[in-house]
Design a protein around this ligand. Sequence first.
Ligand SMILES: *Cc1c(COP(=O)(O)O)cnc(C)c1O
Length: 412
Amino acid sequence: MWELIQEIPGQEIWEMHRKRKRRMVAFVRERAAASATQRKSSATEVRRLQEILDPDVFTIGFARRFATYKRATLLFRDVNRLKRILNHPTMPVQIVIAGKAHPKDHPGKTLIREIYNLSRDPEISKRLIFVEDYGIQVAREMVQGVDLWLNNPQRGEEACGTSGMKASMNGVLNFSVLDGWFDEAFEQSASWAIGDRVLYSEDQDDIHASAIYSTLENDIVPLYYDSRGADQEIPTEWVRRMKTCIANLTPSFSCGRMVAEYMSDLYQPAHKLWQTISSTDFEACRQKTIWDSRMSENWDRIRFLDLGDGPDDAVMSGSAVPLSATLDLAGLSASEVRVEAVIGEIGVNGQLQSTYTLPLPSVAEEGTLVTFANEFTVQQTGRVGYSVRVSPNHFDNPLTRPCNALLKWVSD
Ligand SMILES: *Cc1c(COP(=O)(O)O)cnc(C)c1O
């Protein structure tokens, strides 16, 4: 269905977008003027705010909580360069910012103060506004009415960045760090990325700030202003990107998809389980409870008896190492427990790191003694170690182990 977006005439999408942009500008002006009046600002200041922004100028939106990891002031790292971008003689730019800091987040509040003060600098005061009292209404106007949605968090900190999805389904292109949702969406987004797919480090602040400036100067802003068709009416390439963005991202990055997945992956399986359990008058629960108490009663008596012979010399990477463990299961059957080796590199303090687990199936039984064995192929180089553990293994959920479950290590 979303592919049909491509058939909407560019002119129509563009007109709709311009209408929303005008509405956003009117909304921001009215709000800013009203709050200035309430603050008892001068009549000149109120008049200034009534005329702030320009619906024909390329507009960047930035709205979110002012948690410091979101780096709200990154865009202002080089104020002079930013001023040149905003006041470009033929390709001007304007910025609408909104957001709230948690009342106790003092660094967050400082960021807001910095931006607010900068927005009163006469050289850029027409082109930069901080919209007060961020909330759903402000967010709605902005994600529909700006041209470009900016998101520049420290990579690795953004859980999702939902506002970028809201923007994209409105045909607002993204300009974002490859974090949260955008790390998944970038390639189909017809949008722009800030930085690479590497974890945040402080030196990226400068690098990302100058990447933002140069991508705006060289790619984004010229594309917006220059790619108008012969009739000079609509920016053809920009509108093509708007369509691609809406068509590619809306089906995947939406509440509809999210709720459908909650349904199919969680609610429906939970409902089915409930039906199964309740239809047999909770017999399975009773059996599980009996099984649980049998496990707890016998657990203390489970013993590791023998770990076999580990390799006592260097092992070639790629060769197989046999592992075995003999346990006294105190009357529990081999299928009721799960024995596994945890293998990893030996760290500087002797702890195992970068571990993975290898299940050991039972290979021999004698009375209550059961031997479990498997072999693993050494992949790493350096010092490799392992330990062995045993835990209950219920037949209904053999691979899940609740975090409060019984567990015993060979060294316990
Ligand atoms: C979408 C939204 C957010 C969350 O935005 P992020 O990009 O995930 O930080 C916060 N507040 C409001 C009012 C929103 O509409």
